[in-house]
Write a protein that binds this ligand. Sequence first.
Ligand SMILES: Nc1nc2c(ncn2[C@@H]2O[C@H](COP(=O)(O)OP(=O)(O)OP(=O)(O)O)[C@@H](O)[C@H]2O)c(=O)[nH]1
Ligand SMILES: [Mg+2]
Length: 188
Amino acid sequence: PGMTWKAPDHQQDPSDHLDWRQVLVLGLDGAGKSSVLHYICSQTARERIAPTHGFNCAQLCVEGLEMDLLEVGGSQNLRAYWPHYLSQAHVLVFVVDSVDRSRLLVARQELHALLAAEPQLPLVVLANKQDKSNALSTAELQEELALHTLSGQREFFLLPTSATWASLSTATSVLRVRSLLITLLSQP
Ligand SMILES: Nc1nc2c(ncn2[C@@H]2O[C@H](COP(=O)(O)OP(=O)(O)OP(=O)(O)O)[C@@H](O)[C@H]2O)c(=O)[nH]1
Ligand SMILES: [Mg+2]
């Protein structure tokens, strides 16, 4: 008596779920989004990974959080879909190939277009492929990507990563990203 059984409502908006969080992972094709996601979720490097032709979703359940990491492929035809996923994201992770100097300007334009649409969304930029000897440093990338122009109201982080080269520094770099995401998403 006094107790009613309520059927689970599968139609409900996932963002209503108590500790559900979405991390949107974007960046130009070949930047290393899938590789980083694979490492974050499995804690192992994967040498070969196919380009993402649509979406790639990984899930991480840690410390009371259910984290969905959603990658949308970075090839030019897929970039048109990027803005549609911003409004439901809690954090934007933007992955950059630190060696691909010729496309830094494109990366910068794509990133700033996303940021203009979401002035409050926390941003984590990953300076990926740091294992390569000719990689730009985070300081150089901060400059090249015009990250100093970001508004002061946005939480912003820039971290060096590598995702495919099996080494201690790779493992450490990815663990730092994982911890940062957990910290950012644990905030009420
Ligand atoms: N040396 C090195 N290679 C990397 C690193 N991360 C990714 N790669 C390589 O870069 C290529 C592209 O990696 P992906 O993870 O598929 O890149 P992506 O951003 O998911 O690309 P799309 O899905 O096409 O948008 C692959 O050959 C990876 O092995 C890294 O940190 N260091
Ligand atoms: Mg991919």
